[in-house]
Design a protein around this ligand. Structure first.
Ligand code: A2P
Length: 336
């Protein structure tokens, strides 16, 4: 990947900036990296190692100059520009939900289903899953391999950075205003987010589930490659800046042996167990922020249902939940 030309679309956003820091950690030279965003950011400079990268207006980008385009600028931008990028010869790794459920496009978490890319007709667009879905399937996968997943009841507690810069700005300004005893008016979120919890992420559908909840339900099946599982999800926005937490109750075809479950999770790449309740050892978003792993805590067998297990997992939504997963895909695609 070191010799490939990479353009990050949406480079000034929360995920875009994280992609640049991960590329920097991978020692990709600055001359191989380009950044694009909206016309508003044209000409602005982003720090990269000891140099600066100038941001281009996406409309001015010639995708033929790049091998890899990583998109993180929203579904509408991907809808229009991903086909332009692939037509010009790029491999597009798309962080938005726009292509995820397209039957011709692979939806990839490298530790789980990298080889899926070969099965799909379209190998030039690779969709990066939803943030809370990635961290959940990273724990469900080893359990599924051992016991066979049958059902999952999932509740998420998602940080405001999942909503991008506007979400972060709103939590910050509302918190400052409330502590200064000023009145506040919600703008980006539908209700006050500071000192509150909002049971809505993305828009409601006719099914009364939100789109975020449907993403969790549908994407889990696609990544794990199993259709016949019952999943329900409730996704909530919490006043945390970085790090999503997910609570899962899962039922399996086989009786669960807790030791085997813990060993399976422990041995899975990219997952770390942090689970010593007697010593108050469990993962919170602050423990996961800026880290690459998915942290798993509160692993317990249901007292009366032999085939059920509950767990709590936390992950930096901007890293493994988005930017890191995208860069891992690029790295494996171009591992020369
Ligand atoms: P810009 O900063 O110029 O608005 P976030 O998810 O953190 O809000 O970031 C969204 C990213 O997507 C930003 O980099 C933003 O650029 C970019 N973006 C939003 N709309 C467009 C667009 N129409 N064309 C190109 N980039 C866009």
């Amino acid at each position: 990947m070191r010799n490939k030309k990479i353009i990050v679309v949406g480079a000034t956003g929360k995920v875009g900036r994280e992609i640049l820091s991960i590329l920097r950690e991978e020692n990709i030279p600055a001359q191989n990296i380009a950044a694009a965003a909206s016309y508003r950011s044209k000409g602005s400079l982003l720090d990269y190692s000891n140099s600066k990268i100038e941001v281009s207006d996406l409309d001015d980008v010639d995708f033929a100059s790049y091998d890899i385009a990583i998109f993180s600028a929203g579904g509408e931008v991907s809808k229009k520009y991903v086909p332009i990028a692939t037509k010009a010869g790029c491999v597009a790794i798309d962080n938005t939900s726009y292509f995820r459920m397209d039957k011709t496009v692979p939806l990839v978490v490298p530790e789980i289903n990298f080889s899926d890319i070969e099965k799909y007709e379209n190998k030039k667009i690779i969709a990066n899953p939803n943030c809370s879905t990635i961290q959940t399937v990273m724990v469900l996968k080893p359990l599924h391999d051992i016991f066979g997943l049958k059902e999952a009841v999932i509740s998420t507690y998602q940080s405001v950075s999942g909503a991008g810069q506007k979400g972060v700005a709103e939590l910050l300004s509302q918190t400052q205003d409330l502590l200064s005893r000023n009145s506040i008016e919600p703008h980006y979120f539908k209700k006050q987010i500071a000192f509150n919890i909002i049971p809505q992420i993305d828009v409601f559908t006719d099914s009364l589930y939100t789109k975020e909840e449907l993403k969790m339900m549908n994407e889990t099946k696609k990544i794990l490659g199993i259709d016949n599982i019952e999943i329900t999800a409730t996704c909530a926005r919490v006043p945390v800046f970085v790090g999503h937490a997910v609570s899962v109750f899962a039922k399996f075809h086989k009786t669960v042996d807790l030791k085997k479950a813990v060993a399976g999770i422990e041995n899975f790449n990219g997952v770390k167990i942090m689970d010593d309740p007697k010593n108050y050892e469990y993962a919170t978003p602050l423990d996961a922020a800026s880290k690459n792993e998915v942290f798993v805590s509160r692993i317990r067998k249901h007292p009366t249902t032999d085939n059920a297990i509950s767990f709590w997992c936390v992950c930096d939504n901007l890293r493994k939940g988005a930017a890191l997963n995208a860069v891992q895909i690029a790295k494996r695609l171009f591992s020369d």
